[in-house]
Design a protein around this ligand. Structure first.
Ligand SMILES: CC1=C(CCC(=O)O)c2cc3nc(cc4[nH]c(cc5[nH]c(cc1n2)c(C)c5CCC(=O)O)c(CCC(=O)O)c4C)C(CCC(=O)O)=C3C
Ligand SMILES: [Fe+2]
Length: 405
């Protein structure tokens, strides 16, 4: 249906940071976590922002987003559904790999999940995150949280944990956006036609989470493997490359912009801009009458999508007289789920997939990150899946290996 252009070639850098396939005994589906009731809201926000310099006023404001949803973030249910979909796809392919689910900021927390996994006999796990891009928050922080959990529990050296590559440009992640953008454009154009202005200008807005510009510049950067990125940031470059790939497949003639949302730091700290709402005002002044909002930075329709886009940005569009629609996130789209299982199979010995499909020239991203990748100036922490770090590796003979020799 679409003509997303996909390459399976490895670049020299990826080749160097590639890990040989292993015999894993479980997948760890690692996510952000969210509150499941009004009483959870404040403790959850404290977990997220511990030591991060987020002003109280911002926490107060964000707590209202959660309160409006009964204190329940949609993210946990979405992860339960993703876990079930992954289990079904693995089973359908005859792959015996249990999927365990752990969160960075809410129950079920990563640390006890790792302990339970070890107690149940697991020794070699492959982490799959619900975060597709490269920056501190979307990659390194997950790797540090595993590193900290392993070190503090004494499991380091006994339980091995690796990570699936950042999959922003895997076709399984991009295809649902291609489909959604095409459908969104058709919907907005139909709406404009009904209003008697079929030729009114429409803009596609690719939305992602803003991050501090300092984090953006550190994203994907490492002394070991210096690389130049568009926008001076792998995070920015990855989104731009994805947006281009999607527009090339869907509507090469339609104009688009990359915009940011959910900024939370202190006002004097610079974050990536423009904010989607500010940008919509500029577009309205330029005479834009239709907008297709693509939540390119997100894997599921969690609170950052449900509030910041569906509640705030769509409200802004309404006030500005812009006909708008928000495209679905990959969620449990069968192409996405199947792509995630392909990503797992890239790393496993059984039913190994040796090709590394990628729809942008930036990828495929690394299995093992170059030393110091996306460090965020908050001090060194134990980290897994990184060149030069032994955290998350096993120093003794591995029982699974012994059994299979
Ligand atoms: C890059 C990125 C992603 C995408 C990658 C990924 O998916 O991981 C993401 C996802 C998410 N962010 C989420 C929620 C929050 N993020 C916050 C704060 C922050 N996010 C940041 C970045 C990101 N965040 C940053 C740099 C901060 C500042 C504090 C810090 O430096 O860490 C805060 C604090 C309050 C506020 O200021 O908003 C909350 C509540 C939820 C859960 C939604 C739900 O509950 O459904 C999800 C999926
Ligand atoms: Fe966030």
């Amino acid at each position: 249906m679409s003509d997303l252009s996909v390459s399976t070639e490895l670049n020299a850098v990826t080749e160097r940071f590639r890990q040989a396939p292993k015999q894993y005994d479980a997948v760890l589906l690692a996510s952000f976590g969210g509150p499941e009731g009004q009483d959870d809201v404040i403790p959850f926000l404290r977990n997220v922002t511990r030591g991060r310099g987020i002003p109280d006023e911002r926490l107060e404001e964000v707590s209202h987003h959660y309160r409006a949803f009964g204190g329940i973030s949609p993210i946990n249910q979405q992860n339960r559904e993703l876990k079930a979909a992954l289990e079904a796809e693995l089973a359908a392919r005859g792959i015996e790999l249990p999927v365990l689910w752990g969160n960075r900021n809410w129950d079920p927390y990563i640390a006890p999940v790792l302990q339970d996994a070890y107690d149940a006999g697991h020794r070699r796990m492959l982490m799959l995150t619900t975060s597709a891009y490269t920056c501190y928050s979307s990659c390194r922080q997950y790797r540090e949280d595993i590193g900290i959990a392993l070190t503090e529990s004494g499991l380091d050296g006994k339980l091995e944990v690796d990570k699936v590559r950042a999959y922003f440009d895997h076709p399984g992640f991009i295809e649902p956006f291609v489909e959604g953008t095409a459908a969104g454009l058709a919907k907005v154009r139909a709406e404009l036609a009904t209003a008697g202005t079929p030729d009114a200008p429409v803009r596609v807005l690719f939305a992602t989470h803003s991050i501090p510009t300092r984090d953006a510049e550190a994203a994907g950067a490492s002394e070991e493997e210096p690389r130049e990125f568009e926008g001076n940031s792998a995070y920015v470059a990855q989104h731009l490359a994805n947006a281009r790939a999607i527009m090339a497949a869907v509507a090469p003639d339609v104009e688009w912009d990359l915009v940011y949302q959910s900024r939370s730091g202190a006002p004097h700290v610079p974050w990536l801009e423009p904010d989607i709402n500010d940008h919509l005002e500029v577009l309205a002044e330029q005479g834009i009458k239709g907008a297709v909002i693509v939540p390119l930075g997100f894997v599921s329709d969690h609170m950052e999508v449900a509030w910041d886009l569906d509640t705030e940005a769509l409200e802004t569009c309404k006030n500005l007289g812009i006909a708008a629609t928000r495209v679905p996130t990959p969620g449990t789209h069968s192409t996405f789920v199947s792509g995630l299982v392909d990503l797992i199979c890239e790393r496993t010995v059984e039913q190994n997939i040796s090709e590394r499909p990628h729809a942008t020239e930036l990828g495929p991203w690394y299995d093992v990150l170059p030393a110091g990748c996306s460090e965020n100036f908050r001090g060194a922490k134990p980290v897994i899946a990184e060149n030069g770090s032994t955290v998350g590796t096993v120093h003794e003979a591995h029982p699974v290996e012994e059994g299979t020799k």
